[in-house]
Write a protein that binds this ligand. Structure first.
Ligand code: GDP
Ligand code: ADP
Length: 204
């Protein structure tokens, strides 16, 4: 399915310079699968419940314990393609054999209500957001090494060998794009990475 991230009409651009008196911010949070994005965000949201974490749609199968509408909206490929065709997604990409995308309306509503919205998305989606919302703050989380990334993916015990291999292959490409982002944080020591993340967001 073709997608052009370069030709986005003005009417589809999401802006934090909206009609609201005090619009919120959009924060894009990217990094290879297994680097610890979810772990860092859980910790961040526990101390900053005012942040709104966008819930993505995906065609990936739910993992044990994942709840529809909470971790993801789990949909089939046809439903996802209909969301794309209807222009309902702020960004979307295919990653390791599955589609992932950000429903646009909740993000717009939260931003217009003055809230900060966090998107936890992969590289291609982050590049699309750069086009549609260039004022977004874009943060890239790096692993201490690719060996450690592989160890974390295996220890997590959530993905098949094939899925881990696809994620590692993609990780090599993703880490090379880290410089495209406003801020890079190495998630070696979790507490230190969290401190750096808080500083990037709140300046303290
Ligand atoms: N472009 C895009 N990527 C997403 C979205 N939601 C999740 N992802 C990314 O898709 C990749 C795979 O996610 P997932 O299967 O949940 O694996 P995990 O992040 O390793 O736990 C990760 O890099 C996510 O950040 C989305 O809405 N859009
Ligand atoms: N700083 C860290 N040091 C060691 N292990 C970590 C660290 N951060 C996260 N992990 C572990 O790495 C695995 C992958 O983390 P996760 O948050 O699921 O990554 P992502 O959301 O980026 O795919 C989990 O088992 C998590 O407990």
């Amino acid at each position: 399915m073709p997608y052009s991230s370069t030709a986005i009409p003005e009417s589809e651009k999401i802006t934090t310079q909206s009609t609201s008196a005090k619009p919120g911010k959009l924060v894009v949070f990217t990094g290879p699968s297994g680097v610890g994005k979810g772990t860092l965000l859980r910790r961040l949201l526990a101390s900053h419940p005012e942040l709104y974490l966008s819930t993505s749609a995906t065609t990936r199968q739910p993992r044990p314990g994942e709840i529809n509408g909470q971790h993801y909206y789990f949909v089939d490929r046809l439903a996802f393609e209909q969301m794309v065709a209807a222009g309902e997604l702020l960004e979307w990409a295919e990653f390791a054999g599955n589609y992932y995308g950000t429903p646009m309306v909740p993000v717009q509503q939260q931003i217009q209500a003055g809230h900060w919205v966090v998107l936890e998305i992969e590289l291609e989606g982050a590049r699309q957001v750069q086009q549609t919302c260039p004022e977004a703050l874009r943060i890239f989380i790096l692993p201490p090494s690719l060996q450690e990334l592989e160890r974390r993916l295996r220890d997590r015990s959530q993905d098949s060998e094939a899925a881990i291999a696809r994620r590692l292959q993609r990780a090599r490409i993703e880490v090379e794009a880290a410089d495209e982002f406003d801020i890079q944080i190495v998630n070696d020591d979790l507490d230190k990475a969290l401190q750096q993340l808080e500083k990037a967001l709140f300046g303290s």
